[in-house]
Ligand binder design. Structure first.
Ligand code: PEP
Ligand code: MG
Length: 848
């Protein structure tokens, strides 16, 4: 016989009992609020966190005393009550106290089948959740009576003892098992992933069961006033006669009624209009008084309504935004509260298609979720196949080992991109995010045979070109077949939320935009300018690539200039277009950055075509291509190094920018372009480039007879540039941190290859997170601090920003804001996320 020990603070929930969320949990507190709103809640006792901890540690509460509070023969339920409902917890257990004797009584009162169904449910739940027996043993077909018999026999056979008949013993076991489940490692990890602190407590509530069976109208159901998928007003839920708990909304619940009148079938509104009206007023009261859309769980017992529980309506991100905005518009919560209810990250769900979570999922492979959204399409293995597919009007998914700049057109044509290699800042990832194209990279379990046009998954399944797949790039899963997709939802609620965010945000947000299409999206998402225009992407267009290659193959500076002269009007048109779209907001243009060989064709076929186009012998083309190849191109002839060794390229770009400035300012808002020099590591580089750019500016002013201003800045992407920011800042108006390259160089970690082992590294705790996704505050962050401090000491008022991918990551934005940066710049589709994250930070400061 176990000795009972006193357990602290077992409290009956009444309107004035000392119940608090941080001691008894959110469910207990919510039940008290329902009681205060005069709702008919069955008697409920709340067990606080401390008590549950003691139970988990082996203390046995006086459960007979607890049950005595409910009267003779009462059945009870136990539900979890953590501080925040979103942290989860063990499942509820109903009908505790059920035994052979009660079964007999209930059978006499309500019929054998109903009584057996109730007892069976308890035996099943107790056996699987408390005694932890295999659920399969307790599934059987036939009548409830037969199934009950089988279940009781199965329990006895497995446990070597009959099913426990003592209600106090049953309750003690239930409390112990729920308390222990909360302490388990997987439950702990799961809730921490949802934001719970390591020492989060669990409360439990013990409630008298409202049985939901009886001769008069009896049953159970749930009701809410909004649709969980959209947040739009819509009475939603079901009611099922002679049932309990959430049976009415269980899959395949036969005979469940709609709540409000519905052409599809009978409704509670028709069967019990007054009850239905009461339920509606209860929901409305919750909304007004609990400041939230709640789902109410109710039971009818012989026509008497009982409210068992209320939980915040389950919602996807789209519904969350609409609900929060509507509550604020109705004056129920403040705009600030509405803002803080939406996690910035959740917004990206609204901007892209999503896989409908209700559909089946057959996962073929997993990789890094590099650009969110979902897309279905037929597999293609080359850019040309993607373009052909687009020309036929057929959606396709471009599957590559990794992508290179040559794949840009294929990426434009595809609905999604999947690569075997790569990490969060590899080519496919960066371009995918820029285009808002769902993209999964580093799907290392896949084997891609581009020649054989076949894909093999890690479990040996093969898919040929043309097979239909779906990318769920929000979570990084590749699914077989075409999944159902949910539409993006940039609606009025979203726009209101964004407006409110801007009203409180105090860090600037710009977009990384390379093309007019990107710039339009940047405007659509109300970016305050372009923080990074990667000009090299402009040269991959069909008409330019050949001229670009001519420039690369030029023998002399003279020939190079001739090719650049042909590129000049194209670049000028690009910039004019960008300036016009951005309507006078700042546009920061980065001068040419990548190694030249990226523009060369790969493979013999490509080289032969080029030889033809340039009218040169194949041997010469091959020799030149080989001469351009580097052992370590990311650390080689790129960025400002190219600008210094082949200054004509930057001259042409500067001229295009200045001429476009004059053209665009003539027709619209005045433009003050910002020109940014990439991959700087020494002050002298800046001096040399600045001298030439100033000279081009002076020449254009004279030729066109018009004045204009511009700002020159440096992209800090090498550790040395960060350390020498004091020198460098003397010649620049701004520093923009290219944290993709800076992270790569600080760690000595290839951004294109890190995907191969990043998950192992993160799982082993070597890195807390992928540093290409979340700024490494300790290392890269220290460099940013040093550079900011030295730069601003040398030049007060120096504008500071981040334009690497971290600019769209909430945690990294917090760092930038705390370090006094002026703005962040990120892919256009991440602009709303950054705007909301900025607002959260400002509100956090305000709240202290
Ligand atoms: C960077 O390095 O952070 C950056 C923005 O430039 P890119 O990604 O084009 O190298
Ligand atoms: Mg870079």
């Amino acid at each position: 016989m176990q000795k009972h020990q006193p357990i602290p603070g077992f409290t009956e929930i009444t309107s004035d009992a000392p119940i608090a969320e941080d001691s008894h949990g959110a469910r207990a507190k919510c039940l008290q609020r329902l009681i205060r709103l005069d709702m008919p809640v069955p008697r409920t006792l709340a067990l606080p966190f401390d008590a549950v901890r003691l139970i988990a540690a082996g203390h046995v509460p006086d459960t007979a005393a607890i049950l005595a509070r409910f009267g003779d023969g009462a059945l009870v339920s136990v539900r979890p009550s953590s501080q925040n409902g979103a942290w989860g917890g063990p499942g509820s257990l109903l009908n505790i106290g059920m035994n052979d004797a009660r079964h007999g009584e209930l059978a006499a009162a309500h019929g054998a089948e109903a009584a057996s169904a109730l007892y069976l449910r308890f035996v099943q739940n107790y056996s699987t959740h408390v005694a932890r027996l295999d659920p399969d043993l307790f599934e059987s077909a036939g009548s409830a009576k037969t199934a009950l018999h089988v279940a009781l026999r199965a329990f006895e056979a497995e446990m070597d003892e009959p099913f426990p008949q003592d209600p106090a013993y049953q309750l003690a076991q239930v409390l112990r098992s729920m308390a222990r489940a909360w302490e388990g490692t997987s439950a702990r990890l799961l809730r921490q992933a949802r934001g719970a602190p390591a020492d989060a407590g669990l409360g439990l509530v013990v409630q008298r069961m409202a049985l939901g069976i009886g001769r008069g109208e009896s049953g159970a159901g749930v009701i809410q006033l909004v649709d969980s998928a959209t947040g739009a007003p819509q009475i939603t839920g079901r009611y099922l006669g002679q049932s309990q708990g959430r049976d009415a909304v269980a899959e395949g619940a036969e005979g469940a009624l709609y709540l409000t009148r519905d052409p599809r079938g009978p409704s509670l509104e028709e069967r019990c209009p007054e009850l239905f009206a009461t339920l509606q007023t209860f929901c409305a009261a919750c909304r007004a008084q609990l400041h939230e859309e709640m789902q109410i769980e109710f039971t009818l017992e012989d026509g008497a309504l009982q409210v068992l529980d209320a939980v915040p309506v389950a919602r996807n991100s789209r519904a969350a935004v609409r609900i929060a905005v509507t509550l604020a518009e109705d004056g129920i919560i403040t705009r600030e509260a509405a803002l803080t209810r939406i996690a910035p990250r959740a917004l990206s769900e609204l901007l892209h298609h999503q896989v409908d979570p209700r559909g089946p999922r057959d996962v073929l492979a997993r990789g890094i979720a590099a650009s969110p959204g979902a897309a279905c399409g037929r597999i293609v293995f080359s850019s040309s196949a993607a373009q052909a597919s687009a020309a036929r009007g057929e959606a396709c998914i471009l599957v590559r080992r990794e992508t290179s700049p040559e794949d840009i057109r294929g990426m434009h044509a595809a609905s999604g991109v999947l690569t075997e290699r790569g990490g969060i800042t590899s080519h496919a990832a960066v371009i995918g995010r820029g285009l808002g194209l769902p993209c999964i990279v580093g799907a290392t379990g896949l084997r891609i045979d581009a020649h054989g046009r076949r894909l093999t998954t890690s479990d040996g399944r093969t898919l040929d070109e043309g097979a239909m797949i779906t990318l769920d790039a929000t979570c990084g899963e590749v699914l077989d077949g075409a999944a159902d997709l949910l539409e993006p939802a940039v609606d009025d609620s979203f726009r209101s939320l964004m407006r409110w965010a801007d009203a409180v945000r105090d860090i600037g947000v710009r977009a990384n935009a390379d093309t007019p299409a990107d710039a339009r999206i940047a405007r659509e998402f109300e970016a305050e300018g372009i923080g990074l225009c990667r000009t090299e992407h402009m040269f991959f267009e069909d008409d330019r690539l050949t001229v670009m290659r001519e420039m690369i193959f030029a023998d002399t500076a003279e020939d190079r200039r001739a090719a650049l002269d042909r590129l000049l009007p194209m670049q000028r048109a690009d910039f004019t277009h960008l300036f016009e779209i951005m309507q006078g907001t700042p546009v920061c243009i980065r001068l040419f950055d990548p190694p030249l060989h990226e523009f060369l064709p790969h493979g013999r076929e490509g080289l032969r075509n080029l030889a033809e186009a340039l009218d040169k012998p194949l041997s010469e083309i091959t020799r030149r291509a080989e001469a351009l190849s580097e052992f370590n191109p990311m650390l080689g002839m790129r960025g400002v190094r190219l600008g210094i060794t082949m200054p004509e390229i930057y001259d042409m770009q500067a001229r295009a920018i200045f001429e476009a400035t004059i053209d665009a300012s003539q027709n619209g808002d005045p433009v003050v372009p910002e020109i940014m020099i990439p991959l700087v590591s020494a002050k002298r580089e800046v001096e040399l480039v600045k001298a030439r750019i100033d000279a081009v500016a002076a020449a254009v002013r004279t030729e066109r007879g018009r004045g204009f201003d511009y700002r020159l800045g440096v992209m800090v992407e090498t550790p040395r540039a960060a350390l020498r920011a004091g020198d460098i800042a003397q010649h620049t108006d701004f520093l923009s941190f290219g944290t993709n390259d800076l992270t790569q160089m600080t760690y000595g970690l290839s951004r294109d290859d890190a995907g191969r082992f990043m998950s192992t590294y993160v799982q082993a705790g070597v890195y807390p997170e992928d540093p290409f996704q979340m700024l490494d505050i300790d290392g890269v962050g220290e460099l940013l601090h040093i550079a900011a401090e030295r730069g601003r000491a040398a030049r007060p008022g120096l504008v500071l920003s981040v334009c690497g991918e971290h600019g769209g990551n909430s945690e990294s934005i917090a760092f930038c804001r705390a370090a006094g940066f002026d703005y962040v710049s990120c892919s256009p589709f991440r602009v709303p996320v950054a705007r909301l994250a900025g607002a959260h930070l400002a509100l956090g400061d305000k709240a202290g």
